[in-house]
Design a protein. Structure first.
Length: 217
């Protein structure tokens, strides 16, 4: 186990940080939860257009909320304080070696990654719900981008990210299974999926432009 932990730490130091202020600004924007609010609104638009009554929309919103509760809240409220594994930025062994960006260190404990669990649970739930391959590709890419930002910032080890993805994937699948037991999912037109996809592209474009001018959220 100790060998795995040491490998985890070395791997983190290989991918953590850079000497580029442009990348620093880009990552700080992409890791910010507020950045992705337009994406959530785009997914809500797709849900409203495909489901013709308030109950159906409400069930999906409740399911998405359950994803967040099981993926992130369980992690932050139970797992992190119980396991109490230091974040790399606070780890007495390698904390001084971690490239800290703009003073951002996160909380004391980092196992496992709530960013990974939250985003992947949402990605898997909506991928199973809408069942359009292109949207699945972009949602998974969005989640993995969030995961990479946590490594770049040095606030999670690769192991934290891996476990977060596994837990988030399970939560997304489990919540979708519960949803399907309650109701029959609607059919989603592939044309609706271009809305969140285009929003994702626009968010990345704006983040790049902001980083070029040294601005971040």
């Amino acid at each position: 186990m100790e060998e795995i932990i040491q490998f985890d730490k070395q791997l983190l130091l290989m991918v953590n940080g850079s000497d580029s202020w442009f990348l620093d600004c880009l990552i700080l924007t992409l890791t910010n939860a507020k950045t992705w609010i337009p994406l959530y609104l785009g997914l809500l638009f797709v849900v409203i257009k495909a489901n013709k009554n308030v109950r159906a929309v409400g069930l999906i919103l409740a399911a998405a909320g359950l994803c967040y509760l099981l993926a992130g809240a369980v992690d932050d409220g139970i797992v992190k304080p119980l396991v109490a594994r230091w974040r790399p930025t606070h780890d007495p062994e390698i904390g001084s070696l971690v490239d800290v960006v703009n003073g951002y260190r996160g909380g004391k404990y980092g196992f496992f990654s709530a960013h990974a669990a939250n985003t992947f649970s949402i990605a898997i739930f909506f991928s199973l719900l809408i069942r359009q391959r292109m949207l699945t590709f972009f949602l998974v890419g969005w989640s993995l981008t969030n995961c990479y930002t946590r490594l770049y910032l040095g606030v999670h080890y690769p192991g934290d990210i891996t476990v977060g993805l596994i837990w988030g994937g399970f939560v997304g699948w489990f919540v979708h299974m519960l949803y399907c037991r309650i109701t029959t999912p609607a059919r989603y037109d592939i044309r609706l999926c271009y809305v969140p996809i285009c929003i994702l592209g626009l968010i990345f474009f704006i983040a790049v432009v902001m980083a070029y001018f040294g601005v971040y959220l």
